[in-house]
Design a protein around this ligand. Structure first.
Ligand code: C2E
Ligand code: MG
Ligand code: MG
Length: 595
């Protein structure tokens, strides 16, 4: 629905002008000045700025012309997306206009002449077109008029219009952003709307998205966001807007009556987003979370932030099968708790009595002996009890606490290994690190800590998750090579869950590969997974990696992996992660007792 502009009334008598957006009526101050200039020099009654995103800003200075079109004729969009200047002397005679009027609004059927010039941002990005129209056909544009139109388009691009437009718009996706979302929501409230569905769409959980940006770079992430926005827009009901309200998050307001919000439609949206993306030639599957909130628009001023509420629903939806969920107070509670947890985690890292390490044995399949242990962080919160690592590691990542946490783990685990080695236990130690630990002090920290505790560097191994492989960057490889150069092993953790390809694998200076437990655990009741584990193992061995299988939960699986080319196994069947104090006893029983 078109509505009038919020800009102050024009001082020139007799001029009617509107800057409108076709769906919701957000105004673009400054556009009017450019439009008036163009109207004057080209002697046209109607000027519009049409953006490639589908928004249009409209200016008309006579009573016969539409104040605003009801819908955008595809021709305008085509012109906006085209990038070439166009002159259509008579739209009724021009087949590109399908023989019809340029606008679907019947009042505008008399618009016969059409010309447009592309609009570029300061950075040279093509964003739309400045279009002029007249009631009567014309023979064309004089060269001066062409120049004027081009100049007006340039003016529109270099600030006057886009200055304010970009002030509301995300530069990557060209979508209106968070402030625009709230302005428009308020405009809707003033317009007398009562209820609406608020929808928030998270492309991926934040830690996964961050890991992904680190691995693939910003250009790839930008491309992904544009592709995701395009998929969502295909799904959106007519005359609704998509907003970019966060780095990896979109939102929209859907009229209650739009029929957009039923289970099947929501499933369809999630289904679209779960299809693999092909960004810059690299395939990727995302983990979308879509949240919905039934909003009482009239109550907007009652405090509370509807966007935060709907975001807590989208947050929860990442982890449910359907991928979407309707807001419930419990979501918000969980969201709040996470914010609470972040501060608590920061405190725990300072105080350090709540954090401990458990160690899980890794056994060599050929001999059955325990050759190494993996250090796993544990957090016992004084009132909330134990917090699972999957949860607090993600929080640490999100809150920028990862290096502090890893530093703490490294210090404690290496000190412990030194103590064990001095007590005569021949063990190696593997430590989980995240991509954000790379660079900085890591190498020096490892070297000095190991030397302080008398631990040989080749007794250490760092486990990186597979996402690090995605980083084809030379810096990553250099960091990993520097770690390898110290003699420290590098393992690729959770192998098989990510997106790594063979080429990336070959280039990594890794020494071992840990096959993800999801494949291993399912082995007993699925021949298929057995085949996958076998194939992965053979492949990894061929590439020169040592192969560790995780998630060995039963004697059956243990026997099965012994029959494969695996080197080591880890899992509940062998031992659960245990406090440091229990390990020597366990080792004594394991390495001497029957197996
Ligand atoms: P991970 O590195 O893949 O560690 C193995 C996880 O699988 C551990 O979960 C372990 O308890 C569990 N596990 C081992 N054997 C079995 C089995 O047979 N069956 C099943 N169902 N699970 C098994 P945990 O300790 O909850 O840790 C989860 C993840 O959290 C770890 O996965 C690791 O990615 C991360 N993490 C834990 N501690 C640290 C740390 O100090 N630093 C970093 N960066 N990440 C850590
Ligand atoms: Mg691990
Ligand atoms: Mg793992």
């Amino acid at each position: 629905m078109a509505s009038a502009s919020d800009t102050p009334p024009d001082p020139t008598p007799g001029t009617v002008h509107h800057a409108v957006d076709l769906a919701d009526g957000f105004a673009v101050p400054g556009f009017d000045a450019v439009a008036r200039l163009a109207a004057h020099s080209l002697r046209v009654p109607v000027v519009s700025l049409v953006l490639a995103t589908g928004s249009a800003y409209w200016f008309s200075d006579d009573a016969r012309s539409p104040h605003a079109p009801q819908a955008l004729h595809p021709r305008y969009l085509a012109a906006a997306r085209h990038g070439e200047p166009q002159v259509v002397p008579d739209t009724e005679a021009d087949e590109r206009f399908g023989g019809g009027p340029p606008l679907t609004d019947p009042r505008t059927a008399s618009m016969r002449f059409f010309a447009s010039a592309p609009v570029y941002t300061l950075s040279g990005q093509h964003v739309g077109a400045l279009c002029v129209m007249d009631h009567a056909p014309r023979t064309g544009l004089s060269s001066k008029e062409r120049d004027d139109l081009r100049d007006a388009a340039a003016l529109a691009g270099t600030g006057l219009v886009l200055g304010s437009y970009l002030g509301r718009t995300d530069p990557v996706t060209q979508l209106p952003h968070r402030n625009a979302f709230f302005e428009d929501l308020r405009a809707r409230q003033r317009g007398g709307a009562h209820r609406a569905w608020l929808i928030a769409i998270d492309v991926a959980p934040v830690n996964r998205f961050n890991a992904f940006v680190r691995a693939m770079g910003h250009a790839y992430a930008d491309e992904l966001m544009r592709d995701a926005a395009a998929r969502i827009q295909v799904w959106m009901p007519e005359h609704t807007h998509l907003y970019q309200v966060g780095v990896h998050r979109f939102a929209a307001v859907l009229p209650e009556a739009s029929g957009a919000v039923d289970g099947a439609r929501m499933d369809e949206l999630v289904h679209r987003l779960r299809q693999p993306f092909d960004c810059l030639g690299i395939p990727l599957t995302i983990q979308p979370g879509v949240g919905l909130l039934d909003l009482d628009v009239g109550e907007l001023d009652g405090g509370g932030d509807p966007l935060r509420l709907v975001m807590s629903a989208s947050h929860a939806a990442h982890h449910n099968v359907r991928g979407w969920s309707i807001y419930e107070p419990a979501h918000d509670e969980r969201h709040r708790q996470e914010f609470f947890l972040v501060t608590e985690l920061a405190a725990a890292l300072n105080d350090r009595t709540e954090l401990t390490l458990h160690y899980q044995p890794r056994v060599e399949l050929a001999t059955g002996r325990c050759v190494a242990v993996e250090a796993l962080a544990r957090w016992h919160h004084p009132t909330l009890g134990p917090i699972p690592p999957d949860r607090f590691i993600a929080l640490a990542e999100q809150a920028g606490l990862m290096r502090t946490l890893s530093g703490w783990v490294l210090d404690h685990a290496i000190a412990q290994l030194g103590a064990w080695q001095r007590a005569g236990l021949a063990l190696k130690l593997s430590l989980n690190v995240s991509g954000s630990d790379l660079g900085g002090e890591l190498v020096e920290h490892l070297r000095s800590t190991a030397s302080r505790h008398g631990v040989a560097l080749d007794a250490l191994e760092l486990e990186f998750t597979e996402s690090i492989l995605l980083e084809h960057s030379d810096t990553t490889r250099e960091h990993l090579a520097a770690i390898r150069a110290l003699g420290i092993g590098i393992a690729i953790d959770d192998f098989g869950t990510g997106y790594s390809n063979l080429a990336a694998l070959r280039q990594m200076p890794a020494t071992s590969l840990k096959i993800d437990q999801s494949f291993v655990r399912a082995m007993e009741d699925s021949r298929h997974d057995g085949a996958i584990v076998r194939a992965m193992t053979e492949l990894a061995r061929e590439l020169g990696f040592r192969v560790v299988v995780e998630g060995v939960e039963t004697a059956g699986i243990y026997a099965a992996v012994r029959g494969m080319a695996c080197d080591e196994a880890q899992g509940f069947h062998i031992a659960r992660p245990m406090p440091a104090g229990e390990l020597p006893g366990w080792l004594a029983r394991r390495n001497t007792g029957p197996r």
